[in-house]
Ligand binder design. Structure first.
Ligand code: TXA
Ligand code: MG
Length: 318
């Protein structure tokens, strides 16, 4: 496995060819780093599962370069989904849509629905465009972490997670730290009204300005398989607590204005909710590298990006 920094056009071309040849390319998006494979290559997509240690049968998001190619992968796209795509793509939003024939069972986990996203990070778009120029149709990419661990927001974090499992022909494209830092908002667009399955980078407040949302039905794991909705997902090794007093030797994560309790180890001091999201996973990771056993988090309020952060925190408490 090779890590490429300061990617130039020739590096992007090389990465696109690597994907076409069936290798894996970890690449940055504005949310988190993804572990990419040619979304039409069953063997390559299977390797994603073995590198991540992810059980087979979980669906993976297909990344595409623009809304113009959405019809390759999806059919019967509701008008509200088109409006969402027009407004929030490229960006941190994944739409679950009725699949086309191109979206095979190894992508959708055997469901009739496919998850699609147009990322906005310029390097990811360059890679998607270059891949399409040489005949690629989309890049399948879950977050580039081992199954059950938190998503990587830097190339170093991808290395920590996956270097032991990647092969010599796989690549990691380094583009620094992800600007958003928390995964995309996933919206089920298979019913009469859209429904948020995973809160993320696009806020519910922004979505409901555009379309009515289905708030009535609770998310059911059996209905739509999303491992991110299983309990105890996205966890660091340290035990995460909220609302408790941090003691000596505990990690501590809170907004800048909140003082560090005596003896606790400050992991981040974000000064805004945007910074909080951007630093969140990295702060938890640094707690793990310091071998802390407990990290006390003072969560943000339950609105905007805070909803996504609290959603991830809840899954860490089990
Ligand atoms: O921000 C993101 O979404 C990142 C970047 C790399 O794009 N990707 C990401 O992928 O978080 P992953 O696999 O770690 O989480 C995506 C979630 C999973 O829980 C998966 O089960 C769900 O999306 N998902 C993907 N396709 C689906 C489908 N067809 N139906 C239901 N859920 C789906
Ligand atoms: Mg993930």
């Amino acid at each position: 496995m090779e890590i490429i920094v300061n990617c130039k056009h020739e590096d992007v071309m090389r990465a696109a060819k690597s994907l076409r040849d069936g290798h894996l390319v970890a690449f940055p998006t504005e949310t988190v780093y993804g572990l990419g494979a040619d979304a039409t290559n069953k063997e390559a997509v299977r390797r994603i599962y073995s590198v991540k240690g992810r059980p087979l049968g979980h669906p993976v998001i297909v990344h595409i370069s623009s809304i113009n190619v959405v019809n390759r992968w999806a059919e019967e796209i509701p008008e509200y989904a088109r409006n969402l795509a027009a407004k929030f793509w490229p960006g941190p939003m994944t739409l679950i849509l009725k699949r086309s024939e191109l979206a095979k069972d190894f992508i959708t986990g055997g469901q009739n629905f496919v998850g699609l996203r147009v990322p906005s990070n310029p390097l990811s778009i360059a890679l998607l465009k270059e891949f399409e120029l040489i005949g690629g149709l989309g890049i399948a990419a879950p977050s580039a972490n081992r199954f059950g661990a938190i998503s990587p927001t830097s190339a170093e974090a991808v290395m920590d997670e996956l270097s032991k499992h990647l092969s010599s022909n796989d690549l990691i494209l380094d583009d620094g730290i992800c600007t958003i830092g928390i995964e995309s908002t996933i919206i089920d667009c298979t019913q009469a009204l859209p429904r948020i399955l995973r809160p993320g980078g696009v806020k519910e407040e922004e979505i409901s300005q555009l379309t009515e949302l289905d708030q009535s039905r609770k998310i059911s794991i059996s209905e739509i398989k999303a491992p991110g909705q299983l309990l105890s997902h996205y966890s660091p090794k340290a035990k995460v607590s909220i609302g408790e007093l941090a003691g000596a030797g505990d990690g501590f994560l809170a907004f800048q204005g909140i003082p560090t309790p005596p003896g606790a180890i400050r992991l981040a001091s974000p000064s805004s909710i945007t910074e909080y999201a951007k630093e969140f996973y990295q702060a938890l990771r640094s707690g793990d590298s310091l071998k802390l056993t407990r990290i006390v988090v003072v969560p943000p309020e339950d609105n905007g990006l805070g909803v996504a952060i609290r959603n991830r925190l809840e899954k860490m408490l089990f």
